[in-house]
Structure formats: structure tokens, C-alpha cells
Design a protein around this ligand. Structure first.
Ligand SMILES: NC(=O)c1ccc[n+]([C@@H]2O[C@H](COP(=O)([O-])OP(=O)(O)OC[C@H]3O[C@@H](n4cnc5c(N)ncnc54)[C@H](O)[C@@H]3O)[C@@H](O)[C@H]2O)c1
Length: 479
């Protein structure tokens, strides 16, 4: 299989070959090399940022509706090519084609469409001050750096590009070194849709390329999707230059199932919340708290349904569960499963699997102190925990440094709203899980991050306010 792009980088509207270290791209299902890329050199990162800075002012002075139109055209191109793009996404990530066809580029297209449509309605405020008055202008930041994770490479690229570009910023984007292909496609599509050359650029590389981008003098903002340790490093480095940040980081989110929950829906949600994308989703509800009265029935039904999950060739449309993105990630997940067993949790189903595959895995008899309950695994591993009452489960759900997401299943509406009101999480779901429509803000609290993606809230994170005081009379001075 060959997925070789025209060149590794995309700078100033053109494919450009990287001058740094080799970056092979492997298809997670077979381990076969499907593309051979090169990282950007330090000079190329600086050049991309310089070009973005030069291209940004002309883009920013266009009427908002014109910028919006480019994004809306890009969304239409993505939809026309969804099949080809989804196949590439599957080769890059190993995710089943039945997922990438509906969840990856489509979600990216929705972001481009949403922010494109919002463009013309973003206004400032007029503030009456008696004789005088003031107004505010929402202005772009300049050059925004985007740094992505490997689990939703193209969706993440679009979620960052859409609000950044619509506000008149330019962007230099570095995808994850594991999944570098989708962002190059986005760069081509944006250009075809009418984005001026140099406004959206892609550089490739591992962590040190991300670090160079973070501290580049032309960069005004860094938006990272990644792990908490990387988030700390990037936030610290960005602080030096007083750069803005958005941090979309990891989680260990609780999914609380009360006795009165609809059993079938709760099991469906728990499976989606742990096994979709082979469990490689930041907001996954990996701590499933089961109230004593429903626990046994829930686990029986879960085991029955997990046995029917189809694992295999990601390009087979029937496949529901694909390989893990890389051998290194599979080893990390296996180490977590081994630690769970060593600490005394019981495997209800699944286990370490073989090669690139780790089957959907469920632990029972876990306690809050075990590493499988505390640490993000980022694989298809669900930890179930028993609980008795509401007060207890809220305290235990909040007893984590993470705060990305949370879910509650109950038919008691007052309890549902009371509980989500007390959960320390940026995104909560009631009687569903892991739905992230572009209309709804998404992001974390505590160690899980800062800022929000999607919805009008994202606009604030890609712009800054200028206040203008207008004097309408003479100047009253005491001198
Ligand atoms: N909250 C969200 O929206 C969200 C979404 C997807 C994934 N995630 C999180 O991402 C993690 C998995 O992704 P990953 O393994 O790619 O994460 P990671 O932290 O290893 O890498 C993320 C990105 O940061 C880059 N990077 C690494 N070191 C850097 C440095 N010092 N400076 C700048 N950039 C650097 C990497 O090259 C990569 O592009 C999980 O923790 C997951 O929860 C969060």
C-alpha cells in the first residue's frame, strides 16, 4: 500500500521536502511502511512561522464573510472526497473504516462549516459612557501553532484550523509523528478552497519540532492536543513569551450508572466510552461506577455484548475493533493490563491480546487505588467499580487530578442534573456518552486542560479584545 504524499511539509502553499530526520509512516494493521517522510529542520520551522506571519495580515483584512466562504468550500470538498480521505485516515491510524467514514473527516467538515457560518456574525461591543463612548474589536492573535495527537489526526487539525483561520489568524500545524498524513490533505484542500498561500502550513516531526514551534518568536498562541505531561511542558514553554494556549489533554473520566438506569443504553454507552477507536479517545469514561443494584445485570450483559465485537482488518467494513496505533502504545496498554491483574482486579473479558490487537477488556473488583483506576491507559480497557450511594460516588468520581469529561446514567432527572452539577469535569453527558457536536464547547478542567474547542466559545481562544475609548469633548486635565 502506498500513501506517499507529494512531500513531507506544506509551506507557503506548496509541498516542500523536510530536511530533518526520517519519519516512516507505518500502517498499524500490518506494520508495513506506507509513506516515507522527513521531519522539518529547525530552519524550516522558523521559515514556516515567518511565512505565516507575512501572509496573515492580508488574510485578516478580508471581510469575515469571505474568510467564512473559504472554510465552507473546504467542508464541501472534504465531503466530496470523504471516502478517499477516510481510507487514508484508516491507513494512518489503523481505525476501522466504518468509524473513519462517519467520525473523522466528517467531524472536521462540520467544524469548518460551523465556523465558516459564524464568521460574519462576530462583532464587538458598543459601550455608552455618557458624553463619550467606547467600543471593542475582536482581533486575531497573529500566527497560531497547532500541535496534534494521533487518535483523531484530521479531526484535530480541522478543529484547530477552523476557529483560528476564521478569526484572521494564520496557522503552522504539526501533526503527531505517528499520523502525519491527514494534515497535509487539509492544507491542499484549504488552498483549493481559496485560502491564500502561506496562511495554513504544515511541518512534521517529533516532540522537538513541536518544542521549536512553541517558542518561535512569530508564534502568538499554541493549541495542543496531547497528554498531560506534554501539556505541562508546552504550557511552561509558551509562558516564557506570554503566548496564549489551548490545552486539550488526557483524562480518566467517570461514567456513573445508577440502579434506575436503562440497562441496555448504559451498556451501549459504556462500550462506546471505552472501545470506540480501540479505546484511544481522551474523553473516554474508563472508570465505570456501577451502583450495587444494577451491577451484576450490567456486567452480564456487557460480557455478552463484548464477546460479539468484530476485531480484524480495519479496511473491512464489518470490522468494529481495529489495531492499536503503534507497537509502543500496545506495549503500554499491555503493561497496564498486567498491573491491573497483579493488583488483584479480575478480568471479566479481554486481556493482552496479540501483536497489534488488544481486545475490548473489562476489569471487575477494582478499587480506587489501583493504577488501572488512577492512570490514563489510552486503550480498550474499562475499569468497573462498585458503589452504594450518590454522595459516595460523586466524591470518588472527583478524586482524580483529571477533569476532562464525565457521564451519568439515571432516569431520575433531578438526580442527573444535581450530580453533573457536582462533577469536576469540563464536558458532561446525561444518559449518553462521548458525543461532541461542534455546537457544544469541548474541553477539560483541572489537569485535563485549558480553553475550549468547538462552539462560539472557541472564538475567544483564537482572538483578543481591543478596547477603544472615544473622547467626544475636550480633555479635562488638572494641570
Ligand atoms: N482533550 C483532548 O481533546 C484530547 C484529544 C485527543 C487526545 N488527547 C490526549 O492525547 C494523548 C495521546 O496522544 P499522544 O500520545 O500523541 O500525546 P503526546 O503528548 O505524546 O503528543 C502530542 C503531540 O505533542 C507533541 N510533543 C511532544 N513533546 C512535545 C514538546 N516538548 N513540545 C511540543 N510538542 C510536543 C507530539 O509530537 C505530538 O504531536 C492522551 O493523553 C489523550 O488523552 C486529548
Amino acid at each position: 500500500m502506498n500513501a506517499q504524499p507529494a512531500a513531507s511539509l506544506f509551506i507557503d502553499g506548496h509541498p516542500v521536502e523536510g530536511e530533518g530526520a526520517a519519519l516512516p509512516v507505518l500502517y498499524p494493521y500490518t506494520g508495513e511502511e506506507i509513506a516515507s517522510l522527513r521531519e522539518a529542520s529547525g530552519d524550516q520551522v522558523a521559515q514556516a512561522c515567518q511565512i505565516a506571519a507575512s501572509a496573515q495580515p492580508a488574510w485578516a483584512v478580508l471581510a469575515p464573510v469571505e474568510r467564512g466562504r473559504v472554510l465552507i468550500r473546504a467542508a464541501a470538498i472534504i465531503r466530496e472526497r470523504n471516502e478517499e480521505l477516510s481510507r487514508l485516515e484508516t491507513l494512518d491510524t489503523g481505525k476501522p473504516i466504518q468509524e473513519t467514514l462517519v467520525a473523522d473527516w466528517e467531524s472536521g467538515a462540520q467544524a469548518l462549516e460551523f465556523f465558516g457560518g459564524l464568521a460574519a456574525s462576530i462583532t464587538g461591543q458598543m459601550i455608552p459612557l455618557g458624553r463619550d463612548w467606547a467600543y471593542t474589536r475582536r482581533e486575531p492573535l497573529g500566527v497560531c501553532a497547532g500541535i496534534g495527537a494521533w487518535n483523531y489526526p484530521s479531526q484535530i487539525a480541522c478543529w484547530k484550523a477552523a476557529p483560528a483561520l476564521v478569526m484572521g489568524n494564520a496557522m503552522v500545524y504539526k501533526p503527531s509523528e505517528e499520523t502525519p498524513l491527514g494534515a497535509l490533505k487539509l492544507a491542499e484542500i484549504l488552498l483549493e478552497a481559496g485560502l491564500p498561500e502561506g496562511v495554513y502550513n504544515v511541518v512534521q516531526g517529533r516532540g522537538q519540532v513541536g518544542a521549536a514551534l512553541t517558542t518561535d518568536p512569530n508564534v502568538a498562541k499554541v493549541s495542543l492536543t496531547g497528554s498531560v505531561p506534554t501539556g505541562r511542558r508546552v504550557y511552561t514553554a509558551a509562558a516564557e513569551g506570554m503566548r496564549h494556549v489551548t490545552m486539550e489533554l488526557g483524562g480518566k473520566s467517570p461514567l456513573i450508572v445508577f440502579d434506575d438506569a436503562n440497562l441496555e443504553d448504559a451498556v451501549s454507552a459504556a462500550m462506546l466510552a471505552n472501545f470506540y477507536s480501540s479505546g484511544q479517545i481522551c474523553s473516554n469514561g474508563t472508570r465505570v461506577f456501577l451502583q450495587e443494584g444494577i451491577r451484576e445485570a450490567f456486567l452480564d450483559r456487557l460480557a455478552e455484548r463484548v464477546r460479539n465485537v468484530r476485531m480484524g482488518d480495519p479496511l473491512d467494513p464489518e470490522t468494529q475493533h481495529g489495531p492499536i496505533v503503534s507497537p509502543a502504545q500496545a506495549e503500554k496498554i499491555r503493561a497496564a493490563i498486567a498491573a491491573g491483574e497483579a493488583e488483584g482486579a479480575q478480568l471479566l473479558c479481554g486481556g493482552p491480546g496479540e501483536g497489534a490487537f488488544i481486545p475490548p477488556t473489562v476489569f471487575t473488583d477494582a478499587s480506587d487505588e489501583m493504577t488501572i483506576t488512577r492512570d490514563e491507559i489510552f486503550g480498550p480497557v474499562m475499569t468497573t467499580l462498585a458503589f452504594y450511594d450518590e454522595q459516595e460516588v460523586v466524591c470518588r468520581a472527583n478524586a482524580t487530578g483529571y477533569g476532562l469529561a464525565a457521564g451519568v446514567f439515571t432516569q431520575d432527572l433531578t438526580r442527573a442534573h444535581r450530580v453533573v452539577g457536582r462533577l469536576e469535569a469540563g464536558t458532561c453527558w446525561i444518559n449518553t456518552y462521548n458525543l461532541t457536536p461542534v455546537e457544544m464547547p469541548f474541553g477539560g478542567v483541572k489537569q485535563s486542560g485549558l480553553g475550549r474547542e468547538n462552539s462560539a466559545a472557541a472564538i475567544e481562544h483564537y482572538s483578543q479584545l481591543k478596547s477603544v475609548y472615544v473622547g467626544m469633548g475636550g480633555v479635562d486635565a488638572p494641570y
